[in-house]
Design a protein around this ligand. Structure first.
Ligand code: PMP
Length: 370
């Protein structure tokens, strides 16, 4: 593969001092970026060889794990801070604080970018969050508040706690509110969507990804549907999440899953970052552009993660494994010669103790298993 990047013999420039200097690979490194913000977005896209070969399709993963904070949430954190600055709610180096209630990647991105952009960050988490995550946030300079786990309707839920603390903060603050904040889907509409369009030369037959806040699928779906007449958008839903049923049948609960019950808000899955039992504001912005949904079990996700590391050396996180199962199934149902795009949301490193603990135990996985 590497020889494909070597210049043909006729074009080689010979070194004057030493005619035997070996030819150098042509490299095209990006220009230096300015500051941490400059490293966000413009992520690479990679063809997944094993799945593409098996289906006769081009299955591409856009590698959001290459953002400096390790996930697409860097884009969202940047979008949210910039929108808050534009509205006049916060200004750099004034001691203003950015609050969020999250145990996921958004906290890491917000903590990191707050430092880069002249803010303080304050992250509220359930007190059973893993110590690695708490340590990471603290090392990034965030104030971390551990609160007792509670239902989303409870005032002590970590999201509600972050919102309340932002209101009470006397030095000036903003509640980032990733689930409801329009800056979330907009940054994907303005950056992730156009990047996918350019990287595929506008040839995307199908885009498939999971939904947590819904910002990614809404922003990308809206952009691609505006640019392409025939593109299909499919939501990949993990087990325990209500979105599959909502997209397929228009309802989220059956008669035994009454609103207000514990079941309503819990998503019982090993997968982190996606799966939800309500339509967030961000998801509502793209719902009309989602054509179909596909359900992926934890068992399938764990097997796919193992399959990808064994066959392609790709070490993915749990939501990416869900995306890859869904992309593979979509490719099989479309048939050969189609282009499918999904997202490599984050790497396996953040999932070692839970998801990968199961994946690493598995033996050889075959594609017939899906
Ligand atoms: N994967 C991971 C690892 C995530 O952290 C998230 C965000 N919660 C998603 C996927 C889903 O993205 P979105 O919130 O835009 O739906």
């Amino acid at each position: 593969l590497y020889t494909a990047f070597l210049r043909p013999e006729s074009q080689k420039k010979r070194s004057k001092s030493n005619k035997n200097t070996p030819s150098q690979p042509i490299v095209d490194p990006p220009k230096a970026r300015i500051g941490l913000q400059g490293l966000i977005g413009n992520t690479p896209m990679v063809l997944v060889p094993s799945l593409s070969h098996a289906t006769g399709c081009k299955i591409y993963a856009k590698v959001e794990a290459c953002n400096p904070g390790g996930s697409a949430k860097d884009r969202v954190a940047l979008g949210i801070i910039q929108a808050a600055e534009k509205s006049g709610a916060i200004a750099p180096h004034e001691g203003h604080v950015i609050y969020e209630g999250t145990s996921g990647s958004t906290g890491i991105s917000l903590a990191m970018l707050s430092k880069a952009m002249g803010y303080n960050s304050h992250i509220c988490l359930p007190d059973d969050t893993s110590s690695e995550k708490v340590d990471l946030l603290t090392n990034l300079g965030a104030v971390v508040d551990k609160v007792r786990p509670a239902g989303i309707v409870d005032k002590n839920h970590y999201v509600n706690s972050a919102r309340d603390k932002a209101v009470e903060c006397e030095t000036g603050a903003v509640f980032s509110d990733q689930f409801e904040n329009d800056a979330n889907w907009r940054i994907h509409y303005n950056t992730t969507g156009p990047e996918i369009f350019i990287q595929t030369d506008g040839e995307v037959d199908l885009f498939v990804t999971g939904s947590g806040t819904g910002g990614t699928i809404s922003g990308v779906a809206k952009y691609l549907k505006e640019k392409l007449d025939d593109v299909r958008v499919v939501l990949a839903d993990c087990q325990g999440s209500g979105l599959y049923r909502k997209i397929k049948y228009g309802v989220m609960y059956d008669s035994v899953e009454k609103e207000g019950t514990r079941r309503r808000h819990q998503v019982d899955t090993l997968v982190e970052g996606i799966g939800i039992n309500r339509i967030t504001h961000n998801l509502s912005q793209g719902l009309e552009f989602i054509d179909d949904a596909i359900r992926v079990t934890d068992e399938e996700a764990v097997k796919m993660a193992k399959y990808l590391v064994d066959n392609d050396g790709m070490f993915v996180g749990s939501s990416t494994a869900v995306n890859m199962v869904a992309a593979y199934k979509c490719a099989k149902s479309l048939g050969p010669n189609h282009t499918i795009v999904t997202l490599w949301c984050d790497g396996g490193h953040r999932h070692l103790s839970k998801f990968w603990k199961q994946a690493r135990e598995l033996g050889e996985i075959k594609l017939e298993d899906f």
